[in-house]
Design a protein around this ligand. Structure first.
Ligand code: 13P
Length: 247
């Protein structure tokens, strides 16, 4: 089965009013690829407005697990829906390691995101220490399993997974296409043990130092269905080349 490629830019805590408008106006989407950009919360309305009439979709970088109420500093799913947000990045390693998000919390956020009708981009990935200890797949599949246990296999076909090895994020040191393919296949095989139909449908993106110079090789792998891009998504030329290479 051919899965449609997804190229998503995670802008993290970067940008200004001026730079996000310039960046978003420079993105060249095409009909063959789903393109998603994830600005900081405060720029979501501006980015959504700048993308009126465009096929480029908008993601948030996180969301509250709660619907509303006394949760100072949090943003809810209904607020995201007010600004045409279609995707939510969840469980990014920076959230897991710097903000202590647990597997269980991430799983609850995935469940609420699906319930709200948005697409979760569930990030999983191992640290260098875990890779060197040979536990890469155990770690990634445990992160996936926590979500599977929360939402069940049927709903899981609506989840997009992003495999992001922690050691490759922002380091300039991408996983090789073979290393990435091996993990993507291992994640897909784990899902297939519950349902081969769902496993075939789930998009698994790779993230970690993706650039225009390595994206085509990554995208050529059987189980790599696109990319979640940090640094290179802030550069319109790089990002457009990556989108082009996903065609
Ligand atoms: P880099 O592309 O900067 O390595 O970041 C990857 C990432 O964390 C995307 O979510």
């Amino acid at each position: 089965m051919t899965r449609r490629k997804i190229v998503a830019g995670n802008w993290k805590m970067n940008g200004s009013v001026e730079s996000v408008v310039e960046l978003v106006e420079s993105i060249q989407a095409n009909d063959a690829v789903d393109v998603v950009v994830a600005p900081s919360y405060v720029y979501l309305p501006l980015v959504a407005q700048s993308l009126t009439g465009s096929k480029v979709m908008v993601a948030a970088q996180n969301v509250s697990e709660f619907a509303k109420g006394a949760f100072t500093g949090e943003v809810s799913l209904s607020m995201l829906k007010d600004f045409s947000v279609s995707h939510v990045i969840l469980g990014h390693s920076e959230r897991r390691s710097l903000f202590a998000e647990s597997d269980a919390q991430v799983a609850r956020k995935v469940a609420s995101t699906l319930e709200a009708g948005l697409t979760p981009i569930l990030c999983v990935g191992e640290t260098l220490e875990q890779r060197e200890a040979g536990t890469t797949l155990t770690v990634c599949n445990a992160q996936v399993d926590a979500v599977l246990e929360e939402i069940g296999i049927e709903l899981f076909e609506k989840v997009v997974i992003a495999y992001e090895p922690v050691w490759a994020i922002g380091t300039g040191k991408s996983a090789s296409s073979e290393q990435a393919q091996e993990v993507h296949k291992g994640i897909r095989d784990n899902i297939a043990r519950r349902s081969s139909k769902v496993a075939e449908k789930v998009a698994i993106l790779y993230g970690g130092s993706v650039k225009a110079s390595n994206s085509a090789e990554l995208f050529a792998q059987a189980d790599i269905d696109g990319a979640l891009i940090g640094g290179a998504s802030l550069d319109a030329t790089e990002f457009n080349s990556i989108i082009e290479s996903a065609k």
